[in-house]
Design a binder for this molecule. Sequence first.
Ligand code: ATP
Ligand code: MG
Length: 243
Amino acid sequence: MIKIQNLTKRFADKTVIENMTMDIPDGQKLAVIGPSGCGKSTLLRLLICLLAPTGGKILVDDVDINRLKEYDLMKLRRKIGMVFQSSALFDSMNIFENVAFGLRQQEKHPPENYIKEKVKEKLKMVDLDGTQEYLPSELSGGMQKRISLARAIATDPKIILYDEPTTGLDPITSTNIEDMINKMNKELNVTSIIVTHQLSTIFRTSDRIVMLHEGRLIESGSVEQTKASENPIVRNFIKGGLP
Ligand SMILES: Nc1ncnc2c1ncn2[C@@H]1O[C@H](COP(=O)(O)OP(=O)(O)OP(=O)(O)O)[C@@H](O)[C@H]1O
Ligand SMILES: [Mg+2]
């Protein structure tokens, strides 16, 4: 269970997230929506401790993640996989090394055979076993997203964060990534937090939607509740999407 309590994040005098409180139960597929610049990526960075909050706290399984010492922080990071807004693969490393990255970061270096098996298993999950020797630049954008997903699940996380997993992809590739997100959630029994602008992704992958506006949480509900929302900002989003 993730508990976000009175979370505030400021950059200099700009408040990006203001007094946000919400619980995210285990296994939930949560979509976080809102206009460009409203703080979605910032929220994910706070969840993975790449940023520290200005106020409030985040508890993961009742542990305050900002109080962790380095060793426990590494353990937490293994519990959380992140698929970044740009796929953020390492250009000069082949696919095998990209997916193996998190495994090699562990304090007890796993044996090479184990790494090989794990990478194969994760690449199979995203239907890309056999690409181990390729460089990221030799794969399409959609394939790179799937590699990024394989890398995120390499350490068997309990939580997967997706930052715009389908933005910029064609409809067929988007559908394919959405299916992957659903498959990961079901087969790995993880909690998924999906930040996105894309309506198809919101409706096809989430069982709860929260909307951010000017740093605040303005709506939280199921897909059906969100579609029926009377809030004009939410209605506008559902009608036309936001920039
Ligand atoms: N490290 C930083 N230092 C200063 N300002 C920042 C920093 N990171 C983000 N911001 C500001 O915080 C605001 C929210 O940024 P964020 O990237 O979270 O938005 P977003 O909702 O993910 O937008 P998009 O949909 O375009 O990806 C922006 O105004 C951005 O300029
Ligand atoms: Mg963003």
